[in-house]
Design a protein. Structure first.
Length: 267
């Protein structure tokens, strides 16, 4: 990650959580502790945050609390070819007229391109997914109600009686922060609360992750491996991880990178 990108991620995290540790920032940026400390010093000198022992804090307290994790604008630039191939394979599982849920994320966002030739009933909590489907496709689009979290471009509701409970889906498509032996992992409790509701409305859960996600870990478990029906990933998955998923009776779809481009998908 370039310095400018790291600075944007650090400032976003500090504004969202007011106080962020060096360890947290290393996880978010993928940089070393020494690099993160240099970034904090630079941003402190520029009066964009305040350096504190073990981390950084915002100069002013924000009245609105954001979500943990990297911003959508950064994530959408990572592993694009893999995400396009995975998303194309996901849309191949859909049939016209089916009700589906597409959870917000940069891999699931790539589904909007192949969905341009379909006519589905799509429920989503993603503002950019809904916008793209409305502008460029004939799919029926339903949006969840709630607050729009700008950094992740996702809509979440803290209330249990929102429209989510009234939608049935044949399949739900979602990404993840990480996947391990204990299950699907995310970073933010509010995100987990909303996604658990969505998962409960779908017959099948299909997870779209590039192979880098199998090395990621988080302190929060969204659901166990047993709840996942299918995982679609790229050829970077190793044999040990593939065996773990197959042992959990998960259907594993491994997509060659470049498959999306051959189908004519665009970024």
């Amino acid at each position: 990650m370039h310095e400018k990108d790291r600075h944007r991620v650090i400032l976003s995290a500090v504004q969202d959580r007011s106080l962020v540790t060096v360890t947290d920032l290393c996880s978010l940026t993928g940089a070393s502790e020494a690099t993160v400390r240099r970034d904090i010093n630079t941003l402190d000198d520029q009066n964009q945050l305040r350096r504190v022992r073990g981390g950084a804090e915002a100069l002013t307290t924000q009245p609105f609390v954001g979500l943990a994790g990297r911003p959508f604008s950064y994530n959408e630039t990572q592993n694009i070819a893999e995400k396009q191939a995975i998303a194309a394979a996901a849309v191949d599982l859909c049939k016209d007229g089916e009700p589906i849920i597409i959870n917000g994320g940069t891999t699931t966002f790539q589904m909007v391109h192949p969905l341009a030739s379909r006519q589905m009933q799509v429920f989503t909590n993603s503002f950019p997914i809904a916008e793209r489907l409305l502008k460029n496709t004939n799919n029926t689009v339903l949006l969840s109600g709630g607050v729009i979290y700008r950094e992740q471009n996702i809509i979440l509701s803290p209330f249990d009686n929102d429209v989510t409970r009234n939608f049935y889906a044949k399949r739900m498509f979602m990404g993840a922060q990480g996947i391990g032996p204990l299950g699907l992992m995310e970073q933010d409790p509010l995100l987990i609360q909303a996604e658990e509701k969505l998962i409960g409305q779908a017959e099948e859960l299909i997870v779209l992750v590039d192979s880098s996600k199998f090395a990621n870990r988080s302190s929060l478990i969204l659901c166990p491996l047993a709840r996942i029906d299918t995982i679609i990933t790229d050829e970077g998955i190793d044999d040990r991880t593939a065996a773990m998923l197959e042992a959990a009776d998960i259907t594993l779809v491994v997509v060659p990178v470049g498959a999306a481009q051959k189908e004519g998908a665009v970024s």
